[in-house]
Design a protein around this ligand. Structure first.
Ligand code: NDP
Length: 325
Protein backbone atom coordinates (compact mmCIF):
# COMPACT_ATOMS: atom_id res chain seq x y z
CA UNK A 1 0.00 0.00 0.00
CA UNK A 2 1.44 3.36 -0.99
CA UNK A 3 -0.46 5.43 1.60
CA UNK A 4 0.84 3.59 4.69
CA UNK A 5 2.63 6.66 5.99
CA UNK A 6 -0.27 9.09 5.57
CA UNK A 7 -2.02 8.64 8.91
CA UNK A 8 0.38 7.13 11.44
CA UNK A 9 2.16 9.46 13.86
CA UNK A 10 5.88 8.94 14.39
CA UNK A 11 7.37 10.03 17.69
CA UNK A 12 11.02 10.53 18.55
CA UNK A 13 12.38 8.07 21.10
CA UNK A 14 13.87 10.18 23.89
CA UNK A 15 16.78 12.26 22.63
CA UNK A 16 17.70 9.74 19.90
CA UNK A 17 17.41 10.10 16.14
CA UNK A 18 14.91 7.25 15.87
CA UNK A 19 11.17 7.77 15.54
CA UNK A 20 8.70 5.00 16.31
CA UNK A 21 5.07 4.71 15.28
CA UNK A 22 2.71 5.81 18.07
CA UNK A 23 1.27 2.28 17.82
CA UNK A 24 3.67 -0.67 17.65
CA UNK A 25 2.82 -4.37 17.37
CA UNK A 26 4.07 -7.01 19.81
CA UNK A 27 4.31 -10.72 18.96
CA UNK A 28 4.08 -12.15 22.48
CA UNK A 29 0.74 -13.90 21.89
CA UNK A 30 -0.83 -15.30 18.70
CA UNK A 31 2.38 -15.57 16.63
CA UNK A 32 3.71 -18.84 18.08
CA UNK A 33 3.94 -22.39 16.78
CA UNK A 34 0.53 -23.19 18.32
CA UNK A 35 -1.18 -20.37 16.38
CA UNK A 36 -2.44 -19.95 12.82
CA UNK A 37 0.46 -18.80 10.65
CA UNK A 38 -1.89 -17.24 8.10
CA UNK A 39 -3.54 -15.14 10.82
CA UNK A 40 -0.12 -14.03 12.13
CA UNK A 41 0.90 -13.13 8.60
CA UNK A 42 -2.29 -11.23 7.98
CA UNK A 43 -1.92 -9.26 11.26
CA UNK A 44 1.64 -8.29 10.34
CA UNK A 45 0.61 -7.10 6.87
CA UNK A 46 -2.38 -5.20 8.24
CA UNK A 47 -0.16 -3.48 10.78
CA UNK A 48 2.52 -2.48 8.26
CA UNK A 49 -0.10 -1.22 5.81
CA UNK A 50 -1.41 1.06 8.58
CA UNK A 51 2.05 2.53 9.14
CA UNK A 52 2.99 0.30 12.09
CA UNK A 53 6.68 0.04 11.27
CA UNK A 54 7.76 -1.41 14.61
CA UNK A 55 7.46 -5.12 15.47
CA UNK A 56 8.50 -6.23 18.94
CA UNK A 57 9.71 -9.75 19.73
CA UNK A 58 11.68 -11.60 22.39
CA UNK A 59 13.69 -14.81 22.37
CA UNK A 60 11.05 -16.60 24.43
CA UNK A 61 7.85 -15.59 22.58
CA UNK A 62 5.77 -18.51 21.31
CA UNK A 63 4.83 -20.99 22.56
CA UNK A 64 7.05 -22.89 22.12
CA UNK A 65 9.77 -20.36 23.04
CA UNK A 66 11.52 -19.15 19.89
CA UNK A 67 8.63 -19.93 17.56
CA UNK A 68 7.39 -16.32 17.29
CA UNK A 69 10.81 -15.31 15.98
CA UNK A 70 10.81 -18.26 13.57
CA UNK A 71 7.36 -17.33 12.32
CA UNK A 72 8.33 -13.70 11.99
CA UNK A 73 11.30 -14.82 9.86
CA UNK A 74 8.81 -16.65 7.62
CA UNK A 75 6.55 -13.57 7.50
CA UNK A 76 9.56 -11.50 6.45
CA UNK A 77 10.29 -14.07 3.71
CA UNK A 78 6.70 -14.03 2.45
CA UNK A 79 5.84 -10.36 2.71
CA UNK A 80 8.18 -7.95 4.42
CA UNK A 81 11.86 -8.66 3.80
CA UNK A 82 11.88 -6.29 0.83
CA UNK A 83 10.86 -3.56 3.32
CA UNK A 84 13.64 -4.29 5.83
CA UNK A 85 14.86 -0.70 5.81
CA UNK A 86 11.33 0.54 6.59
CA UNK A 87 11.01 -1.72 9.65
CA UNK A 88 12.18 -1.46 13.23
CA UNK A 89 12.48 -4.97 14.65
CA UNK A 90 13.31 -5.57 18.28
CA UNK A 91 14.10 -8.62 20.34
CA UNK A 92 15.07 -9.30 23.94
CA UNK A 93 16.81 -11.66 26.32
CA UNK A 94 16.36 -11.81 30.07
CA UNK A 95 13.81 -14.52 30.90
CA UNK A 96 14.38 -18.27 30.87
CA UNK A 97 15.21 -19.49 27.38
CA UNK A 98 17.29 -22.64 27.64
CA UNK A 99 18.41 -25.03 30.36
CA UNK A 100 21.54 -24.61 32.41
CA UNK A 101 23.07 -21.50 33.94
CA UNK A 102 23.55 -19.59 30.64
CA UNK A 103 19.99 -19.41 29.33
CA UNK A 104 18.48 -16.88 31.73
CA UNK A 105 19.00 -13.54 33.55
CA UNK A 106 21.65 -10.96 32.58
CA UNK A 107 25.14 -12.36 31.97
CA UNK A 108 27.20 -11.41 28.94
CA UNK A 109 27.29 -15.13 28.08
CA UNK A 110 23.47 -15.34 27.93
CA UNK A 111 22.78 -12.06 26.15
CA UNK A 112 25.29 -12.48 23.34
CA UNK A 113 24.45 -16.11 22.57
CA UNK A 114 20.74 -15.41 22.77
CA UNK A 115 20.97 -12.56 20.25
CA UNK A 116 22.86 -14.86 17.85
CA UNK A 117 20.06 -17.41 18.18
CA UNK A 118 17.37 -14.75 17.60
CA UNK A 119 19.10 -13.50 14.45
CA UNK A 120 19.24 -17.07 13.10
CA UNK A 121 15.56 -17.69 13.83
CA UNK A 122 14.48 -14.48 12.07
CA UNK A 123 17.17 -14.84 9.36
CA UNK A 124 18.36 -11.29 10.01
CA UNK A 125 21.85 -9.77 10.01
CA UNK A 126 20.89 -7.34 12.74
CA UNK A 127 17.96 -6.24 14.90
CA UNK A 128 17.13 -2.59 15.29
CA UNK A 129 16.70 -2.74 19.05
CA UNK A 130 18.11 -5.29 21.49
CA UNK A 131 16.70 -5.28 25.02
CA UNK A 132 17.67 -6.64 28.36
CA UNK A 133 14.22 -7.99 29.19
CA UNK A 134 14.23 -7.64 32.99
CA UNK A 135 16.65 -6.53 35.70
CA UNK A 136 18.96 -9.14 37.21
CA UNK A 137 20.13 -8.26 40.68
CA UNK A 138 22.83 -10.95 40.72
CA UNK A 139 24.76 -9.82 37.64
CA UNK A 140 26.74 -6.57 37.88
CA UNK A 141 24.85 -3.94 35.89
CA UNK A 142 28.16 -3.01 34.18
CA UNK A 143 28.40 -6.54 32.75
CA UNK A 144 24.87 -6.49 31.33
CA UNK A 145 25.23 -2.99 29.89
CA UNK A 146 28.64 -3.76 28.41
CA UNK A 147 27.10 -6.81 26.73
CA UNK A 148 24.40 -4.56 25.23
CA UNK A 149 27.08 -2.13 24.04
CA UNK A 150 28.92 -5.05 22.40
CA UNK A 151 25.85 -5.96 20.34
CA UNK A 152 25.97 -2.52 18.72
CA UNK A 153 29.74 -2.59 18.23
CA UNK A 154 29.50 -5.99 16.52
CA UNK A 155 26.78 -4.70 14.19
CA UNK A 156 24.16 -7.14 15.47
CA UNK A 157 21.95 -4.38 16.93
CA UNK A 158 21.52 -0.73 16.02
CA UNK A 159 20.22 0.43 19.41
CA UNK A 160 19.93 -1.03 22.90
CA UNK A 161 17.19 -0.81 25.48
CA UNK A 162 15.91 -2.08 28.81
CA UNK A 163 12.59 -3.42 30.00
CA UNK A 164 10.93 -3.76 33.39
CA UNK A 165 13.73 -1.83 35.16
CA UNK A 166 12.65 0.29 38.16
CA UNK A 167 13.47 4.02 38.08
CA UNK A 168 16.70 4.00 40.06
CA UNK A 169 18.26 1.12 38.16
CA UNK A 170 17.13 2.76 34.92
CA UNK A 171 19.08 5.90 35.75
CA UNK A 172 22.17 3.83 36.55
CA UNK A 173 21.86 1.75 33.38
CA UNK A 174 21.42 4.91 31.31
CA UNK A 175 24.54 6.43 32.86
CA UNK A 176 26.67 3.34 32.17
CA UNK A 177 25.46 3.09 28.59
CA UNK A 178 26.10 6.79 27.99
CA UNK A 179 29.66 6.37 29.28
CA UNK A 180 30.15 3.40 26.97
CA UNK A 181 29.04 5.56 24.03
CA UNK A 182 25.87 3.58 23.30
CA UNK A 183 22.95 5.56 24.75
CA UNK A 184 19.90 3.69 25.98
CA UNK A 185 17.26 4.18 23.27
CA UNK A 186 14.10 3.27 25.11
CA UNK A 187 12.56 1.63 28.16
CA UNK A 188 9.72 -0.89 27.87
CA UNK A 189 7.60 -0.94 31.05
CA UNK A 190 4.04 -2.16 31.61
CA UNK A 191 1.43 0.62 31.73
CA UNK A 192 -2.31 1.01 31.34
CA UNK A 193 -5.30 2.69 33.00
CA UNK A 194 -5.26 -0.29 35.38
CA UNK A 195 -1.52 -0.25 36.03
CA UNK A 196 -0.08 3.22 36.62
CA UNK A 197 3.21 2.47 38.44
CA UNK A 198 5.42 4.38 35.97
CA UNK A 199 3.73 7.67 36.87
CA UNK A 200 5.41 7.61 40.31
CA UNK A 201 9.00 8.15 39.18
CA UNK A 202 9.94 6.20 36.05
CA UNK A 203 8.50 8.68 33.53
CA UNK A 204 10.39 11.57 35.14
CA UNK A 205 13.60 9.53 35.16
CA UNK A 206 13.24 8.74 31.45
CA UNK A 207 12.67 12.42 30.70
CA UNK A 208 15.81 13.39 32.63
CA UNK A 209 17.90 10.70 30.98
CA UNK A 210 16.58 11.39 27.48
CA UNK A 211 15.34 7.80 27.11
CA UNK A 212 12.13 6.99 25.22
CA UNK A 213 9.20 4.99 26.56
CA UNK A 214 7.20 2.23 24.84
CA UNK A 215 4.59 0.70 27.13
CA UNK A 216 3.45 -2.90 27.00
CA UNK A 217 -0.01 -4.31 27.73
CA UNK A 218 -1.69 -0.88 27.32
CA UNK A 219 -5.04 -2.69 27.04
CA UNK A 220 -4.34 -4.70 30.22
CA UNK A 221 -4.19 -7.76 27.94
CA UNK A 222 -7.60 -6.96 26.46
CA UNK A 223 -9.47 -6.14 29.67
CA UNK A 224 -9.59 -2.49 28.58
CA UNK A 225 -12.05 -3.27 25.78
CA UNK A 226 -15.74 -4.09 25.74
CA UNK A 227 -15.17 -7.80 25.04
CA UNK A 228 -15.64 -9.04 28.63
CA UNK A 229 -18.80 -7.03 29.37
CA UNK A 230 -21.07 -9.90 28.34
CA UNK A 231 -18.97 -12.79 29.71
CA UNK A 232 -15.67 -14.39 28.69
CA UNK A 233 -15.63 -15.17 24.94
CA UNK A 234 -14.00 -18.47 23.98
CA UNK A 235 -11.73 -16.73 21.46
CA UNK A 236 -10.40 -14.18 23.99
CA UNK A 237 -7.12 -14.29 25.90
CA UNK A 238 -8.92 -14.88 29.21
CA UNK A 239 -10.96 -17.67 27.59
CA UNK A 240 -7.92 -19.39 26.06
CA UNK A 241 -4.78 -21.20 27.25
CA UNK A 242 -2.57 -18.09 27.64
CA UNK A 243 -1.99 -18.57 31.38
CA UNK A 244 -1.21 -14.84 31.70
CA UNK A 245 -4.89 -13.82 31.83
CA UNK A 246 -7.73 -16.13 32.81
CA UNK A 247 -11.43 -15.97 33.55
CA UNK A 248 -10.68 -15.40 37.26
CA UNK A 249 -8.94 -12.14 36.36
CA UNK A 250 -12.28 -10.74 35.15
CA UNK A 251 -13.74 -10.02 38.57
CA UNK A 252 -17.02 -8.19 39.24
CA UNK A 253 -14.96 -5.29 40.63
CA UNK A 254 -12.95 -5.07 37.39
CA UNK A 255 -16.11 -5.30 35.31
CA UNK A 256 -17.66 -2.37 37.17
CA UNK A 257 -14.61 -0.25 36.30
CA UNK A 258 -14.61 -1.46 32.68
CA UNK A 259 -18.30 -0.54 32.36
CA UNK A 260 -17.69 2.95 33.75
CA UNK A 261 -14.67 3.48 31.48
CA UNK A 262 -16.65 2.20 28.50
CA UNK A 263 -19.21 4.94 29.08
CA UNK A 264 -16.53 7.63 29.02
CA UNK A 265 -15.13 6.13 25.81
CA UNK A 266 -18.57 6.16 24.19
CA UNK A 267 -19.03 9.82 25.09
CA UNK A 268 -15.70 10.51 23.38
CA UNK A 269 -16.84 8.62 20.30
CA UNK A 270 -14.15 5.97 20.76
CA UNK A 271 -14.08 2.26 21.54
CA UNK A 272 -12.78 1.56 25.05
CA UNK A 273 -9.64 0.00 23.50
CA UNK A 274 -9.04 3.21 21.55
CA UNK A 275 -9.53 5.39 24.62
CA UNK A 276 -7.15 3.22 26.66
CA UNK A 277 -4.44 3.73 24.02
CA UNK A 278 -5.08 7.48 23.60
CA UNK A 279 -4.85 7.77 27.38
CA UNK A 280 -1.35 6.21 27.43
CA UNK A 281 -0.26 8.42 24.54
CA UNK A 282 -1.29 11.61 26.40
CA UNK A 283 2.13 11.81 28.11
CA UNK A 284 4.64 14.11 26.48
CA UNK A 285 7.45 11.55 26.70
CA UNK A 286 5.42 8.55 25.49
CA UNK A 287 7.07 7.26 22.33
CA UNK A 288 4.71 4.39 21.50
CA UNK A 289 2.11 2.01 22.85
CA UNK A 290 2.92 -1.63 22.23
CA UNK A 291 -0.27 -3.50 21.47
CA UNK A 292 -0.97 -7.17 21.00
CA UNK A 293 -3.71 -8.54 18.77
CA UNK A 294 -5.47 -11.78 17.95
CA UNK A 295 -7.19 -10.53 14.77
CA UNK A 296 -6.27 -8.03 12.03
CA UNK A 297 -9.44 -5.98 12.70
CA UNK A 298 -8.25 -5.25 16.25
CA UNK A 299 -5.14 -3.58 14.86
CA UNK A 300 -7.22 -1.30 12.63
CA UNK A 301 -9.48 -0.48 15.58
CA UNK A 302 -6.51 0.29 17.82
CA UNK A 303 -4.79 2.50 15.23
CA UNK A 304 -8.09 4.41 15.03
CA UNK A 305 -7.28 5.90 18.47
CA UNK A 306 -5.05 8.42 16.71
CA UNK A 307 -8.02 10.46 15.53
CA UNK A 308 -8.82 11.42 19.14
CA UNK A 309 -5.81 11.89 21.38
CA UNK A 310 -7.05 14.91 23.35
CA UNK A 311 -8.61 14.58 26.82
CA UNK A 312 -10.50 17.25 28.70
CA UNK A 313 -9.60 17.83 32.36
CA UNK A 314 -13.04 16.42 33.25
CA UNK A 315 -12.44 13.22 31.32
CA UNK A 316 -9.04 12.70 32.94
CA UNK A 317 -10.52 13.33 36.38
CA UNK A 318 -13.32 10.85 35.72
CA UNK A 319 -10.77 8.19 34.68
CA UNK A 320 -8.66 8.94 37.80
CA UNK A 321 -11.75 8.44 39.92
CA UNK A 322 -12.36 4.98 38.43
CA UNK A 323 -8.71 3.89 38.29
CA UNK A 324 -6.52 6.05 40.55
CA UNK A 325 -2.78 6.34 40.05
P1 NDP B 1 -2.46 -5.53 25.09
O1 NDP B 1 -2.72 -5.00 26.45
O2 NDP B 1 -2.59 -4.64 23.92
O3 NDP B 1 -3.42 -6.80 24.89
C1 NDP B 1 -3.56 -7.38 23.63
C2 NDP B 1 -4.83 -8.18 23.57
O4 NDP B 1 -5.95 -7.33 23.73
C3 NDP B 1 -5.02 -8.84 22.22
O5 NDP B 1 -4.33 -10.06 22.11
C4 NDP B 1 -6.51 -8.99 22.16
O6 NDP B 1 -6.89 -10.07 23.02
C5 NDP B 1 -6.98 -7.72 22.82
N1 NDP B 1 -7.17 -6.60 21.88
C6 NDP B 1 -6.23 -5.96 21.15
N2 NDP B 1 -6.75 -4.96 20.46
C7 NDP B 1 -8.06 -4.94 20.74
C8 NDP B 1 -9.12 -4.13 20.31
N3 NDP B 1 -8.91 -3.11 19.46
N4 NDP B 1 -10.35 -4.39 20.80
C9 NDP B 1 -10.55 -5.40 21.66
N5 NDP B 1 -9.57 -6.21 22.10
C10 NDP B 1 -8.33 -5.98 21.64
O7 NDP B 1 -0.98 -6.05 25.00
P2 NDP B 1 -0.23 -7.47 25.28
O8 NDP B 1 -0.45 -7.88 26.67
O9 NDP B 1 -0.57 -8.40 24.18
O10 NDP B 1 1.25 -7.00 25.11
C11 NDP B 1 1.63 -6.31 23.92
C12 NDP B 1 3.08 -6.53 23.63
O11 NDP B 1 3.88 -5.99 24.67
C13 NDP B 1 3.53 -7.98 23.56
O12 NDP B 1 3.21 -8.59 22.32
C14 NDP B 1 4.99 -7.84 23.75
O13 NDP B 1 5.61 -7.42 22.56
C15 NDP B 1 5.08 -6.74 24.79
N6 NDP B 1 5.19 -7.27 26.16
C16 NDP B 1 6.40 -7.07 26.79
C17 NDP B 1 6.61 -7.55 28.06
C18 NDP B 1 7.94 -7.29 28.70
O14 NDP B 1 8.21 -7.87 29.77
N7 NDP B 1 8.76 -6.46 28.13
C19 NDP B 1 5.58 -8.31 28.79
C20 NDP B 1 4.33 -8.40 28.08
C21 NDP B 1 4.17 -7.89 26.80
P3 NDP B 1 -7.88 -11.27 22.65
O15 NDP B 1 -6.98 -12.43 22.48
O16 NDP B 1 -8.74 -11.36 23.85
O17 NDP B 1 -8.60 -10.89 21.37
Amino acid sequence: MSNRYDHMQYRRSGRSGLKLPAISLGLWHNFGGINSFENARSMSRTAFDLGVTHFDLANNYGPPAGSAEENFGRILDHDLRAFRDELVISTKAGYHMWNGPYGDHGSRKYLLSSLDQSLKRMKLDYVDIFYHHRPDNETPLEETMTALDSTVRSGKALYVAISNYPAEKTAEAARILRELGTPCLIHQPSYSIFNRWIEKDLLATLETEGVGCIVFSPLAQGMLSDKYLGGVPADSRAGGPSGFLNANSITEEKLAKIRALNEIAQQRGQSLAQMALSWCLRHQGMTSVLIGASKPAQIADSVGCLSNLEFSAEELAAIDEIAPA
